[in-house]
Design a protein around this ligand. Structure first.
Ligand code: CA
Length: 257
């Protein structure tokens, strides 16, 4: 048995018996074309309590990233068809997934690509072969950095960020000016994490102490909110006859502003 992924065996390093803590089931997407390495990483991460999605090509990886919105992406640089750097570029220019931390994985001799990758916005890198324990530690560090946002009262979905304590909302880190009702509406939608909210539920969230809100008013506030969100307005989906939901995997088709 080996704890080394993607190469040499390091005997004497055993992870068995060690206790690893993970807060909740965090979701990692692994994009890697070599099946044995992919399987090995998947098993290792799953045994540490992560939920793991796998993709063998860049194209498939981008699709999965959009669909699943993982907490982090482990991206091999040397991939067939579209290579890792191109995948990274597409991740960073797609506003639905550009916030996801990416760790690039390189083989020997790809150091210059690592530098390019970091400059393109990769958050960290590892070189093959790597040790499973180190990989898990580095992924945890990556996730921890990202989680600090939540702890500071920041909520984020695609390009939208809300500072709950300061009562501010941002689009691509630029402050947006919302009415009180629009702010509460956006907050309710973000907190529902993709679930559909009925107009009645939204009335409860949006109602201020000094105003009467009807189902029709909700539609008016949604229209107002969408008009301030640019392309990100597509995140707010109308669910016919029911209400609204904020779909984190809506295609924002970016590169434009
Ligand atoms: Ca590869």
């Amino acid at each position: 048995m080996t704890d080394t992924l993607g190469g040499r065996v390091h005997p004497g390093i055993s992870l068995s018996g060690r206790v690893f803590r993970t807060m909740s089931k965090e979701r990692i997407l692994v994009i890697e074309d070599e099946l044995d390495i992919l399987t090995n990483i998947k098993l290792r991460l799953e045994s540490r309590g992560f939920t793991v999605f796998t993709s063998k090509t860049g194209e498939e990886g981008l699709e999965t990233a959009q669909k699943k919105i993982p907490d982090a992406i482990l991206l091999d640089l040397m991939l067939p068809e579209i290579n890792g750097l191109e995948v990274l570029k597409r991740i960073r220019s797609n506003r639905a997934i550009s916030h996801i931390p990416v760790m690039i994985v390189s083989a020997l001799g790809e150091e210059s690509d690592v530098v390019v990758g970091l400059e393109m916005g990769a958050d960290d890198y590892m070189s093959k072969p790597f040790n499973a324990a180190v990989l898990v530690a580095r992924i945890n560090a990556l996730l921890r950095r990202n989680r600090q946002d939540d702890e500071k009262g920041l909520l984020r979905i695609g390009p939208i960020k809300m500072d709950v304590e300061a009562f501010h909302a941002f689009l691509d880190d630029e402050p947006i000016s919302l009415t009180g009702a629009e702010y509460r509406l956006l907050l309710a939608l973000i907190k529902s994490k993709g679930r559909v909210l009925t107009r009645n539920q939204l009335i409860d969230s949006v109602m201020g102490t000094d105003m009467i809100v009807t189902e029709r008013t909700i539609d008016v506030h949604v229209t107002g909110l969408r008009s301030k969100l640019g392309d990100a307005r597509k995140l707010i989906e109308t669910v016919r006859g029911v209400g609204y939901r904020l779909n984190p995997s809506a295609d924002l088709c970016t590169e434009s502003r």
